[in-house]
Design a protein around this ligand. Structure first.
Ligand SMILES: C[S@@+](CC[C@H](N)C(=O)[O-])C[C@H]1O[C@@H](n2cnc3c(N)ncnc32)[C@H](O)[C@@H]1O
Length: 341
């Protein structure tokens, strides 16, 4: 996930989350936002709770924005806390970053919802005419994904049509699964909120497109984030996929806290692959700061300390058949063994 540290750029009325099913006392004067979460009302500001959630004064049931660690996040309200007829919940993949990279279906889905929920970085990727058409935008700069997803669910259970957005595709290291898990834990069902996933172009594919044709054969994705998966498990997965000769898409490759994970990853890859194996690195595909390089695997580790590799970078590691031709990475599909050309 993006390590977004940008301040909230929303310019509308910012108040506490109103739809966490914890309170109906939010008012426009209460501009304190939990961990920087911001609700922007894009229509007339009303000081009433928007969600119609029933009141609960138990603070443990509030929809929290995981202030210090998402490990502490808990799901609060249950389906019984809501009186309204539920609205819809749509998990929408935004693709890599620029509006042209969004599918028409994603744009249409967001055009139909009342509330849009997401990281500030992702909200900023949505075309203005879509965000301006929504009643509310709920954005969180650094908050936990559990509280943000719960916020979206609570708003849907309270009767609103809600889109929860993320980069790429909702099924790739993203919130589609979490949304279903939280719905279940609340005693709700997916059908109750007419839950739908609208796919987006995943980073691996956007990045592959910038590099030529590196993923044309069997590919496996590995995330180096040890936030949810312990590093020994990630290492053993890396050994397995590198040893089996898949093309590998490495997500979440580097952050200051994960420097050692990246170094370990390079070491494992070099255990299984030739140092001259082509590796494609794409930073910020489809974004203003996009940068692309194709290097030898043996030179990958030293690039960890450069701006090229961070948490908006995806790294595509070729197979023993991958080669570089005219600045493009090519992983043969196998046609050449069957056809003459
Ligand atoms: C939590 S994952 C989300 C993946 C996303 N759901 C997808 O389908 O691409 C975040 C990681 O995706 C990759 N990523 C997301 N956007 C990217 C972009 N525009 N360019 C390169 N990599 C990107 C990075 O590896 C980043 O650390």
């Amino acid at each position: 996930m993006s390590t977004d540290t940008t301040p909230d750029t929303d310019t509308g009325t910012s108040t506490e989350s109103k739809c966490g099913a914890s309170t109906d006392t939010a008012d426009a004067d209460a501009s304190t936002s939990k961990c920087g979460a911001s609700t922007t009302e894009t229509t007339d500001a009303s000081t009433e709770s928007k969600c119609g959630a029933s009141k609960s004064t138990d603070s443990s049931s509030s929809s929290k924005c995981g202030a210090s660690s998402s490990d502490e996040e808990e799901v609060g309200s249950t389906v019984d806390d809501f009186d309204a007829d539920p609205g819809r919940l749509v998990a929408v993949g935004l693709g890599p970053g620029q509006p042209e990279g969004m599918t028409q279906r994603a744009q249409a889905a967001l055009g139909e919802v009342d509330h849009i929920v997401g990281y500030t970085t992702y909200i900023d990727l949505i075309p203005d005419d879509i965000t301006e058409g929504a009643d509310e935008i709920y954005s969180t700069p650094m908050c936990g994904e559990v509280s943000r997803t719960e916020e979206a669910i609570d708003r849907a259970l309270a009767g609103h049509d809600v889109g929860i957005v993320g980069s790429g595709d909702p099924n790739v290291y993203a919130l589609a699964g979490l949304a279903l898990e939280i719905l279940e834990s609340k005693g709700a069902t997916a059908s109750m909120v007419d839950f739908e996933v609208v796919p987006g172009v995943p980073a691996a594919q956007s990045c592959a497109a910038r590099l030529g044709a590196p993923l044309v054969n069997d590919t496996v994705s590995v995330s180096l984030s040890d936030h949810l998966t312990p590093m020994p498990e990630i290492e053993s997965r890396l050994h397995a996929v590198a040893g089996e000769g898949f093309t590998i898409a490495i997500y979440n490759p580097w952050s200051r806290k994960r420097r050692e994970n990246f170094e370990k990853c390079c070491e494992i890859l070099l255990n299984h692959r030739d140092p001259e194996t082509p590796v494609g690195i794409v930073h910020g595909a489809g974004r203003e700061d996009e940068a692309t390089e194709i290097v030898d695997l043996g030179d990958l580790e030293e690039l960890g300390e450069t701006d090229l590799i961070d948490m908006t970078t995806t790294i595509l590691v070729g197979t023993e058949d991958t080669y570089v031709w005219d600045d493009r990475m090519v992983t043969p599909r196998g046609y050449e063994s069957k056809y003459d050309y």
